[in-house]
Design a protein. Structure first.
Length: 321
């Protein structure tokens, strides 16, 4: 028997239940995933729906909804738009997210032909549309999740303060909750946050940082080619974002950590997005940004990610602290 479409989803999307069906589609480690199809204004329309249980799912879906729309507002053909999120009616404690359907792997002709590097460069060179009245330039309107780690996106005026407090110190606390206290790791993180971060990212050191929309979790598994909402042809697309309005180079840490981006990508991207000054510290800044993801993976999975984090921190501390 096909699953029933929850009335809350139908109401949020303005769909007629008689013309709407939902089937399981794909998979996710954190949620159940579906393809929802309906007839609206005489046209077939498809959505991608995620459902999950508990407060974690509510926070995750709210963050993904805002993140997708932040990217979509700057580069509309780079990711699906998100249409709704919220509590389900028939399943107390369960939540949903509904986005454009993304047909990954589609080879339909007629896409823009823009490369991944060109689209990412456009995202990274367009000043973020900051909400009015926020108490800082760096942050995001809602928390987001990198994996299942909830990220504090509280606004900061200084990017160095944001990265030290909202990312490094925050993920250290998440790791301690998961794996127990670790004095050596904590001491290294504090040295990096307190000394290396101001030295490499401080306002008096890093020139011209303008907050832009950063995907935040852009590894090779979160990008591909696909057709969004059945419109046009196949495009270079990204998905599952954990956005922040931050320094564009922050994106590069996880991209370098897991690879999957070839030399042609890097050559084109670096032409479109010049390295920030001082350029001779670029490699160390990217390593500093990669550190966060080693610490996050240690918080999520334990194991060998601790050694990767310690290796990066020892090098940065010896050089800058």
């Amino acid at each position: 028997m096909a699953p029933k479409v929850d009335p809350a989803i139908l109401d949020a999307l303005g769909l007629d239940p008689a013309n709407t069906k939902i089937v399981t589609h794909g998979g996710s480690g954190f949620s159940s995933t579906f393809k929802l199809s309906s007839i609206k204004d005489g046209q077939e329309i498809n959505y991608f729906v995620k459902t999950g249980t508990g407060k974690d799912a509510e926070v995750m879906f709210r963050g993904e909804h805002a993140s997708l729309n932040a990217i979509h507002s700057v580069v509309p053909n780079f990711c699906p738009a998100s249409h709704a999120h919220g509590a389900m009616s028939l399943s107390p404690g369960k939540f949903f997210l509904a986005t454009d359907f993304l047909d990954l792997g589609s080879s339909a002709p007629g896409g823009s032909g823009q490369s991944l590097a060109a689209k990412l460069a456009r995202l990274h060179t367009t000043p973020a549309p900051l909400p009015s009245g926020v108490p800082g330039r760096f942050g995001f309107p809602v928390p987001t999740c990198c994996g299942s780690t909830v990220q504090d996106n509280s606004w900061r005026e200084s990017w160095a303060d944001f990265y030290a407090d909202n990312r490094l110190r925050s993920v250290l606390r998440a790791g301690a909750r998961s794996n127990g206290p670790d004095a050596e790791l904590a001491d290294a993180v504090e040295k990096v946050a307190g000394k290396v971060v101001p030295r490499l990212l401080g306002d008096d050191r890093l020139e011209g940082v303008v907050p832009v929309v950063v995907h935040g979790d852009l590894w090779s598994g979160n990008h591909g080619r696909g057709r969004i909402a059945g419109k046009g042809g196949a495009e270079e697309v990204v998905y599952d974002p954990a956005c922040v309005y931050g320094h564009s180079e922050y994106e590069l840490g996880i991209m370098r950590m897991f690879g999957g981006f070839g030399s042609s990508f890097w050559k084109e991207y670096e032409k479109l997005v010049p390295k920030a000054e001082p350029k001779d510290e670029w490699e160390d800044r990217v390593a500093l940004y990669e550190l966060y993801h080693h610490l996050n993976h240690h918080a999520l999975f334990g194991g060998g990610y601790r050694s990767g984090a310690m290796s990066i921190m020892r090098k940065l501390i010896s050089k800058y602290a």
